[in-house]
Write a new protein. Structure first.
Length: 442
């Protein structure tokens, strides 16, 4: 019987349109717009000036605190502006604009380096290199990887879990990466196992990716410490707490972290980035992005430089289809709509979903009928209908006491609501207010 988490969850239409599409390399953009806040924590500190020449991989914004991350130039070129631009959050953020030089090699094929199995660095050197390379969680959370790997004396970790679930509908970037770079991912896992001094790793993959399960099982055969776990298809299994429960049957305490139960979780994209950094001194300047939608002419997966305008990426996939109503940064469950396609690709951009009028239209919200569907599907055991009501009425202290901050924003509640109530929208709004109130108190 396939493993899964016991509480809540749904199975939305998968729509993995691009799962058979080999990752293409996108052409180098004429200019990149590199935000200095591409990670959870303190924005990086800009260390370049206007009119300055920069090289590929050069640090252009330095980590400005423990929970922060370096930012590197994704192209060779000239810094033309230090500007405020609207990012995927819809707010203006500081950004470094680089005009690409003619000398940029459009065949910049770092992903085609030969496999390098021998690991020469030791633990502390690996951890420093991950920090220097600006690697963050590529599954969407963008938590600086070196912080996650900084184990305190009171935390004993005995298992590394690699997240290859990719349960969000439409997205296939991780799936393709596992198929095309399985051997490199295994070496990346071995690098982290050496850095953390642990002897057990499990790659969790949902059973709708049988080809990836097979390929990674073959790639991992040379190392008995690394196992592949086939999981039941259920959303949101890619969430850290649900994944840990599914694979190890360990429950992360409320307000706790995976390391509290002896586990560290990393996305497969992050693992590949760590492989590139340690084995080839390649900082995080590009990532795989799925561009998809039922009407997209050439929906596919692309290697994209960080800072590339989304309009350039959409053009590579055939342009915006007629009748486009909404463009989502991410997938349909947890992604967020963007105002326009001038927004740049960041380290956290896993996909661009383009949907038409019919799919994007929301039905009229009606009164709650007390069906409890939202309660049944909540993987965190919350009462979404109550949290929405409290947020809507401005009862934020009560919302905090009802564990609104425990919500992982998976959207399962909104998906199943027969009254089409905007549960997740209000819960997100309430969480933001509660977070601000708690910060003010502290």
């Amino acid at each position: 019987m396939l493993k899964t988490f016991p509480k809540g969850g749904i199975h939305p239409a998968e729509n993995k349109i691009t799962s058979a599409k080999v990752i293409k390399r996108m052409s180098v953009p004429k200019a990149v717009y590199v935000p200095i806040a591409q990670h959870i924590g303190i924005p990086s500190e800009i260390i370049v000036e206007r009119k300055q020449k920069v090289e590929i991989g050069q640090v252009i914004a330095k980590s400005s605190g423990f929970v922060s991350s370096n930012i590197h130039a994704p192209v060779a070129g000239t810094v033309t502006k230090l500007d405020m631009i609207v990012d995927s959050s819809g707010y203006k953020k500081q950004c470094i604009v680089i005009r690409t030089d003619q000398k940029n090699d459009t065949n910049f094929e770092t992903v085609n380096y030969p496999l390098k199995k021998e690991i020469q660095m030791e633990s502390q050197e690996i951890l420093k290199h991950i920090s220097d390379s600006g690697i963050v969680g590529l599954g969407g959370a963008t938590f600086p990887s070196h912080v996650k790997l900084d184990l305190k004396n009171d935390h004993k970790v005995d298992c590394l879990i690699i997240n290859g679930v990719e349960c969000e509908p439409y997205l296939t970037a991780d799936h393709r990466l596992m198929l095309e770079k399985a051997a490199e991912i295994v070496v990346g896992i071995q690098i982290l196992m050496r850095a953390l001094h642990i002897e057990s790793a499990v790659i969790g993959i949902e059973n709708n990716k049988k080809d990836a399960i097979k390929v990674l099982k073959v790639a991992a055969m040379t190392d008995p410490r690394i196992k592949v776990a086939a999981l039941k298809v259920k959303y949101p299994q890619g969430s850290e707490k649900q994944l840990i429960k599914s694979i190890l049957n360990r429950e992360v305490p409320k307000g706790g972290l995976p390391m509290d139960v002896g586990v560290i979780v990393h996305n497969v994209g992050t693992i590949f980035a760590i492989y590139q950094a340690v084995q080839y001194n390649q900082p995080l300047i590009e990532r795989v992005v799925t561009v998809t939608g039922k009407k997209v002419e050439d929906a596919s997966n692309f290697w994209v430089r960080i800072g590339t305008p989304i309009k350039d990426l959409v053009q590579e996939a055939g342009g915006l289809p007629e009748g486009t109503r909404k463009i989502i940064n991410g997938g349909p469950m947890m992604g967020k709509a963007i105002k326009n396609t001038d927004v740049p690709v960041t380290k956290g951009t896993s996909g661009i979903l383009i949907i038409n009028q019919e799919e994007a239209s929301r039905q009229e919200s009606k009164n709650c009928i007390r069906c409890s569907n939202c309660v049944f599907v909540c993987p965190m055991g919350l009462e979404p209908h109550l949290l929405m009501n409290l947020s809507e009425k401005g009862l934020y202290e009560r919302a905090a006491s009802e564990d609104i901050m425990t919500c992982i924003e998976c959207g399962s509640c909104s998906y199943v609501c027969p009254s089409h109530r905007p549960l997740l929208d209000y819960i997100r709004f309430g969480k933001n207010i509660v977070k601000k109130l708690e910060t003010a108190k502290n």
